[in-house]
Design a protein around this ligand. Structure first.
Ligand code: ASP
Ligand code: MG
Length: 481
């Protein structure tokens, strides 16, 4: 391809492929070699690589941070030492010569900085979210440097780019949101020249910084979101999420052995699925992709020849229910007021939850009652006390939210009826069909999650002929979109 041709193609962004590799896709040298092969297979496009920390590293860094803050510096340093040894061994097996020398020095310097942060933390005993973001970011810093050098070693011209210099966020540490204009501008300014000179930029996912340069993170699992942010800024042709499963599944295969890959689904369906607890994508990922209409593919790095799942504007699953998810550890909260529910009460109630930094999802409202979901009971006694005299707050924990997602699910009354019938013998609470056209969800006791997901999966995903034998409910399978 001529230089001119390449440049004009890049300007439209239509040949850029952003490839995100999750923790298990960089976990050891075999995984990184697979990554190299996959990037090689896309070299005739313009790949941009986004990587997570090596599998388990973010959890270990968090563990080390808590240990140091609790005065157990020895254990914190031992954990970090293990992380260092793991990276060092990978550098040794993947990179040689002077490149190895400088990578080794960089890793060493970074680990010293990490150790000294932990030492300070043992003295201050104060771990706030800002410091936590700084500490957790080390995982992606290390992995991205390692992968960039490994690609170069394999003959793919690459360039390490520090994502904290390109992705800017607000200061909501632990779960920051991008500041789009400055982020888009900086990503274009930094990555375009690299792509034009046929280099593969390699960025750590998950990490970002405020405009003032304070490190932030995009929330756990945030590397997917990073990839979508980069893709949107460049107007990429596609974003590929490389992981260790064959794609987005009809249910969590750990809950349901019959779960199968969804070949195509819409942005909206996938976003609902991520929001309702499917682990495969960070919930914020699809918004930038949807805005720029960039298809997202979920692919298995262990089986790169597989088709994976295509998530795009037009794609439809073709079934009435596209997937069933379950969110565990849910607390069902009921706020009741004998004076009825009006907007003033709504304001007071949500203001109080807000003051206690307790994020809630609204399940529904009825006469004198608001049903909410929270992920922890920690703030609830304080909230109940503050609302005393205004409303009565009660809660039940150990619940799970089971959710059926499908493009048109709400306009098929038959689906809700069949869901209800399938779980009628369980203690089902708060069936919610109103909030979105694409979901029907309900609460069950946590111990019943597996059984309810399996029953619903059999009901909606069993082969049509089997289902037909089972009671004439095959029509749902004819909903091609
Ligand atoms: N390493 C981060 C985490 O474990 C981000 C990611 O993997 O997407 O949450
Ligand atoms: Mg993930």
């Amino acid at each position: 391809m001529s230089g001119l041709n390449r440049q004009s193609r890049f300007e439209r962004g239509d040949d850029v492929v952003v490839m995100k590799f999750g923790g298990t896709s960089v976990e050891d040298s075999a995984a990184i070699r697979r990554l190299i092969g996959i990037v090689q297979s896309r070299q005739h496009h313009q790949p941009v690589v986004v990587v997570s920390a090596l599998a388990k590293v973010t959890d270990q860094l968090l563990e080390a941070a808590h240990a140091a803050a609790n005065g157990h510096l020895g254990s914190a340093l031992a954990t970090v030492r293990n992380i260092y040894v793991r990276h060092e061994a990978l550098a040794d097996s993947l990179v040689t010569g002077s490149a190895y020398g400088s990578l080794d020095r960089e890793l060493r310097d970074e680990f010293r900085a990490l150790e000294s942060l932990l030492q300070d933390l043992q003295t201050s005993r104060h771990l706030d979210l800002a410091l936590q973001d700084r500490l957790l970011g080390f995982g992606e810093c290390f992995s991205s440097k390692l992968v960039s050098e490994a690609l170069s070693e394999a003959g793919i011209k690459s360039a390490h780019v520090d994502a904290r210099d390109c992705i800017f966020t607000d200061a909501r540490h632990g779960q920051a949101s991008p500041v789009w204009d400055s982020t888009n501008q900086r990503l274009q300014d930094t990555l375009s020249p690299l792509l034009q000179s046929a280099r593969v930029p390699v960025l750590g996912g998950f990490i970002a910084s405020t405009g003032d340069g304070v490190p932030t993170t995009l929330g756990r699992g945030g590397s997917d979101f990073s990839a979508a942010i980069v893709g949107a800024a460049l107007g990429a042709a596609r974003v590929e999420i490389w992981t260790d499963v064959d794609g987005v599944m009809t249910a969590d295969p750990k809950l349901c052995a019959d779960a199968r890959v969804i070949r195509k689904m819409s942005f909206e369906e996938a976003a609902e699925l991520a929001h309702f607890g499917a682990k495969v994508l960070h919930p914020a990922t699809l918004a930038p992709a949807m805005r720029e209409n960039i298809p997202v593919y979920v692919l298995n790095a262990r089986r790169p020849e597989g088709e994976g799942t295509e998530i795009s504007a037009r794609a439809r699953t073709g079934t009435s229910v596209s997937a069933i998810t379950a969110k565990r550890n849910v607390v069902a909260v009921e706020v009741a007021s004998s004076r009825g529910i009006d907007s003033a009460l709504f304001n007071t109630v949500f203001g109080t939850f807000d003051q206690h930094a307790c994020a809630v999802d609204v399940m529904g409202t009825s006469l004198g009652r608001i049903s909410l979901l929270a992920s922890s009971t920690a703030a609830l006694p304080g909230i109940a006390a503050d609302l005393q005299g205004v409303a009565d707050v009660r809660w039940e924990n150990h619940r799970a939210l089971v959710c059926l997602v499908g493009e048109n699910i709400r306009h098929q009354p038959d689906v809700a009826r069949r869901v209800f019938a399938a779980v009628s013998d369980m203690d089902v609470r708060v069936l919610c069909q109103g909030a979105s056209d694409r979901t029907i969800s309900f609460l069950v006791e946590e111990s019943k999650v597996e059984e309810s997901v399996q029953r619903l999966h059999t009901l909606f995903f069993q082969k049509p002929e089997l289902v037909r034998d089972w009671g004439g409910i095959s029509s749902a399978f004819c909903q091609a979109g």
